[in-house]
Design a protein around this ligand. Structure first.
Ligand code: PNW
Length: 492
């Protein structure tokens, strides 16, 4: 056939994993079924419904707890190689602690994993995608000194129960959203709003917890189970607005503040928090009258434990912005806070296409920029794109041309990165189905399949983008003029 695109005919490798991703709280529903314990999103949405844009919650969501067979059928319709999902900690350990295991929760995930494996779909399993057991939050959550132990205990239960079949583990989804949004501001549960120290204290405990789970896997489970254990960090692209020195170093500070504080301790050769940002926080803290830096230090032992504690870098990537040292581009932030420490400005060109989410624009070449940056910064690590996607409004229906434009641009950028030699093993589209979009409730839709949340069976219907993604997976090529033959999905 003939291709209109200038770089026609470029192929994804046969062993490249194409998949989609979801998260437990966003799709499962069944919030109190069969012994599941309360988590921080149950707690927040039930006690403060007004913080969610449409006052909704994930009590039912897409009810994947009862519809998992239909979900696997959708994966087969799309021809997926892989599926990334997360485990609900409080469905497995209702109180968070490992003394009581909820067998019904274990059974649910066993059935789901087995159903996927029946059709050769590789599970990529996230241990933590934001739904902390409420009982552990009451004890301090991520900033408790005991958090790494709780996480290690939970990881042991997970590896013991599922590790015979699951070979790709992801410890945490998006430390930035956990720590900055949950502890350093009010944009995610538990909305702690400890702007001065919340982000930094959480970041340290999180990377130590990651290391505890990683070493547990490496020493006790890998010898028998033979899998890999990584972490997923949200890495949007932050390039300089101009070529000036000031803008270049502002962009570097912004990258350190957004994802370097989680990536550097694990992936860098020297370990610990990023140098320039640490120095700024230490200086600011002194001026602000704190007896020590608001950014905690690592002991030598902690630094060594965390350094290299991963098998791959999972990248959630959505968008970009341009960073400036110029006052004109700066926004107000509480002081002290992460964002006042990293005191830089941001600019998003108005011509970048807009999604239904305020923060999400189609930025040119952003995947290429991120992946090649990580390749050179961290010595060519194994990479997976564990999320990438586009939102539409509930009204926009099934003909989602803007989502198709986004995915084609993103996947062309993936091919550019592969040509540049990045060690990228797979790509997970966010998301398989519409789901509970956190603070935005059901007002923003990311699914390749639409979900009818009003219907008792939460009917799933493919959008046009589903047909386009299916054809890319089948042919391993991005054909820019491909039109799906009909509105009916089929299983090959
Ligand atoms: C991810 N940003 O969060 C989450 O992992 C998903 O659970 C979520 O549904 C999805 O993206 C869509 O929002 C992000 O500001 C939130 O760039 C915000 C950003 C990135 C990822």
């Amino acid at each position: 056939s003939c291709y209109a695109h200038p770089k026609h005919g470029r192929k994804f490798p046969d062993d490249f994993l194409f998949g989609t991703a979801t998260a437990s709280y966003q799709v499962e529903g069944a919030w109190n079924a069969d012994g599941k314990g309360e988590n921080i999103w149950d707690h927040m949405t039930h006690t403060m419904p007004e913080v969610i844009a449409d006052q909704s919650n994930g009590d039912e969501a897409a009810d994947s707890y009862h519809n998992y067979k239909r979900d696997v059928e959708i994966m087969r319709e799309l021809g997926l190689d892989a599926y990334r999902f997360s485990l609900s900690w409080s469905r497995i350990l209702p109180n968070g602690q490992a003394n009581i295991v909820n067998q019904a929760g274990v059974d649910y995930y066993n059935n789901f994993i087995n159903e996927m494996l029946k059709y050769n779909i590789t599970p990529l399993v996230t241990l933590y995608h934001w739904d902390l057991p409420q009982k552990l939050q009451d004890l301090g959550g991520f900033v408790s000194p005991l958090f790494p132990e709780w996480f290690e205990d939970y990881a042991r239960v997970v590896f013991e129960n599922f590790g015979d079949r699951v070979k790709h583990w992801i410890t945490f989804n998006e430390p930035r959203e956990i720590c900055y949004e949950g502890y350093g501001s009010i944009t995610k549960a538990p909305r702690l709003n400890a702007t001065d120290v919340g982000t930094y204290l959480c970041a340290k405990q999180l990377v130590i917890a990651n290391a505890r789970a990683y070493h547990l896997y490496d020493k006790e489970f890998r010898p028998i189970q033979n899998g890999k254990c990584g972490i997923t960090i949200s890495v949007n692209w932050f390039g300089p607005l101009t070529d000036s020195e000031e803008d270049q170093s502002a962009a570097e500070i912004k990258r350190q503040a957004e994802w370097g504080i989680y990536a550097e301790p694990i992936f860098s050769e020297q370990g610990g928090f990023p140098k320039e940002l640490s120095e700024i926080v230490e200086r600011n803290s002194k001026e602000q009258g704190y007896p020590r830096s608001r950014m905690p230090e690592f002991t030598d032992e902690e630094r060594d434990l965390v350094r290299g504690s991963t098998d791959f870098f999972g990248v959630n990537h959505y968008t970009a912005s341009l960073v400036s040292a110029n006052e004109e581009y700066k926004e107000w932030h509480p002081t002290p806070s992460l964002l006042s420490d990293a005191d830089v400005g941001g600019y998003v060109p108005p011509e970048w296409p807009k999604s239904a989410s305020k923060w999400l624009k189609l930025a040119p070449n952003s995947i290429y920029n991120v992946l090649t940056h990580l390749k050179s910064k961290y010595n060519n690590p194994i990479l997976y794109i564990t999320e990438n996607g586009w939102s539409t409004t509930p009204e926009s229906g099934l003909e989602d041309e803007d989502r198709i434009t986004y995915y084609r641009a993103a996947l062309n950028s993936v091919l550019d990165a592969l040509e540049a030699g990045v060690n990228l093993k797979g790509y997970m589209a966010w998301s398989l189905i519409d789901n509970f979009e956190w603070m935005e409730g059901y007002l923003e839709r990311f699914g390749l399949y639409q979900v009818d949340f009003e219907s008792p069976e939460k009917t799933r219907t493919p959008r046009k983008s589903a047909f386009i993604y299916k054809e890319i997976i089948r042919s391993r090529v991005i054909e820019p003029n491909y039109e799906p033959p009909s509105r009916t999905m089929w299983i090959d």
